[in-house]
Write a new protein. Structure first.
Length: 334
């Protein structure tokens, strides 16, 4: 894996997506690529090179969760949401992860993700006061890993080596990725949490996320029923998918969107009508993804501009000087 000389789009293939403005001076510019699809999967707009390959990183999690659910694991509600989460490690998040492991009698030591502290500062401080140490269960991807382990128990697959590309679970995940995106990944790598990650075009990624986000739990097709249950779980449990003050949670809870960020500047957002945005900032910055995606959805007529304005303060877009706003992070594509 990862031996092919394949890479994401170049600087010359990117376009400006957003700027950081301080006192009327453009201090920084973020370049990248983006694509907008309608509910039928047709390209409405393309910025930069939307056909170049990217690693979706944590935006892979919805596909991984669907694969787990389609393998016979009945995940619903918060259990499904934590399986696709990049959670901040609050006590409630960790309890969900431990609950998933307990339902299959799996010890925490089986988690293949690295040890970490919770990203939530209050949760981390509480652990430090208790004299605890970092652990895999606190890691932002532990819900996904717990769900994968439950799938292994459900199907009598070995727990050992569950992250190997040749493991039956990972083969099942790859099949789901190909089915929903309509693409066969050109290359693969290893994500930060240790799981395989597959290179897709931004268009393919958007197509796959749109198919999950628009699936219905009463579909006549089993895999789309599971995707529908996942979509419902995400929209009904936004706090699980990220955490307090996190952009994904804000977009889900306040705007009713299906939203998932990925490391290195990946963002996917799907509106209730199926209009879907996938984007990547070339420098890997995560700070501009939400506002660029929301702006593109507004431009496409899938989201009300006033609704976006109402949540701007929760997206931490102000540029500060001595604690006072003197500018903003804003979308700047044309």
């Amino acid at each position: 894996m990862g031996e092919h000389q394949v890479q994401t789009f170049s600087v010359t293939d990117a376009v400006e997506l957003a700027v950081v403005e301080r006192n009327g001076f453009i201090e920084s510019r973020h370049a990248g690529s983006a694509v907008v699809l309608n509910g039928d999967g047709e390209v409405l707009r393309s910025l930069g090179d939307a056909t170049a390959l990217v690693f979706p990183r944590s935006a892979m999690k919805p596909f991984q969760a669907v694969a787990v659910m389609a393998s016979g694991v009945a995940l619903r509600g918060t259990d499904a949401a934590v399986a696709t989460a990049s959670h901040s490690g609050t006590t409630k998040h960790v309890d969900l992860v431990k609950g998933l492991l307990a339902r299959a009698g799996i010890d925490e030591s089986a988690l293949g993700c690295p040890s970490a502290w919770p990203e939530d500062q209050a949760a981390r401080d509480a652990l430090v006061r208790l004299g605890a140490t970092k652990a895999p269960v606190y890691m932002t991807c532990s819900g996904k890993h717990a769900a994968m382990l439950v799938a292994c128990v459900q199907n009598d697959w070995p727990l050992e080596g569950y992250l190997a590309p040749t493991h039956p679970l990972q083969k099942r995940i790859l099949d789901v990725v190909e089915r929903f995106t309509g693409e066969r990944p050109a290359t693969s790598g290893i994500d930060g949490c240790g799981a395989p990650v597959h290179a897709l075009t931004l268009t393919g990624l958007a197509r796959g996320i749109a198919r999950i986000a628009t699936s219905r739990s009463n579909s006549p097709f089993a895999i789309y029923r599971e995707a529908g249950f996942l979509a419902e779980a995400v929209r009904e449990n936004g706090w699980v998918v990220a955490g307090p003050g996190q952009a994904d949670t804000v977009l889900i809870e306040r705007l009713g969107l299906f939203a998932k960020f990925g490391a290195e500047g990946i963002m996917v957002v799907s509106a209730p009508d199926g209009t879907t945005v996938a984007l990547k900032t070339l420098d890997g910055s995560l700070r501009v993804g939400p506002i660029v995606a929301l702006s593109l959805l507004v431009d496409a007529g899938a989201l009300d501009a006033a609704a976006v304005d109402a949540v701007r303060a929760e997206l931490h877009l102000d540029v500060l000087a001595a604690g006072h706003p003197v500018g903003e992070i804003r979308a700047s594509y044309v």
